[in-house]
Every structure is written in C-alpha cells, then in structure tokens.
Design a protein. Structure first.
Length: 121
C-alpha cells in the first residue's frame, strides 16, 4: 500500500473502512472535511468496466453543517487486491458528481459521524 491507512470501522457484512490521516483536511470555516478513504471488501465486486475488484480508494469530502449533512466523491480507484493492493483495474474522475445526503443508520452515516462530529470529552 502507498499510504498510511488508519482503521475506522467494519460494516455489517465485514467490509473494512480506513482513512489516510496525513491527507485529511478540516476546513472549519466551510464546515467541510476532505480525506482519502480505502474500502477493502471481503468478496470480489465488479468495477464499472467489468473487472473484478477487492478494494477502492476514493477522494471524498463531507459537508458537516447540521441539517445539510452530505458527502461528495471526487475520485475513485478500483484495485484487484484487498487493502488497495494488486493492480489498478479502473480509475474514475468523479469530481462532477453531486453531493449526496447522508442517510441515518448507514455506513455513510458512520463515516460522517467519524469525520464531522467531535468526540465527547
């Protein structure tokens, strides 16, 4: 792997979520957090081009303003191995994508909470 990935959580099917702590940027004035995330899958999935993938790396931002909780993906790379290993099977510039609302009780909500809600003292 090419980055220092820090574990965040597993989802309900055991896929593992990580972030790159040295590349996380918090812009308090804009209520935004930008980071790189790695999702490592338990089972192979299919990338948009049809290739098998076991992990993705994405450049993603969270809008942390209460009532407007959302996220936007700017880039996604698909890899043949777990943990971002193996070969790159596809890369997509997704910077033109829309902001998506964070839905409660989903993995996007867990990730939003991780990046946007300060830990209790």
């Amino acid at each position: 792997m090419w980055a220092k990935w820090v574990f965040i959580s597993n989802d309900n099917v055991g896929n593992a979520y990580y972030y790159e702590d040295t590349k996380t940027v918090r812009d308090s004035a804009a209520s935004e957090v930008s980071t790189w995330q790695l999702i490592s899958y338990n089972e192979a999935l299919t990338a948009p081009n049809g290739a098998l993938t076991q992990s993705v790396i994405q450049d993603i931002s969270y809008f942390c303003k209460t009532g407007y909780e959302s996220y936007k993906q700017f880039y996604i790379g698909y890899y043949s191995g777990t943990g971002g290993s193996g070969v790159s099977v596809e890369q997509l510039d997704t910077s033109g994508s829309q902001w998506d609302r964070v839905i409660p009780d989903t993995m996007s909500y867990v990730l939003y909470q991780f990046f946007c809600v300060p830990p209790s003292p």
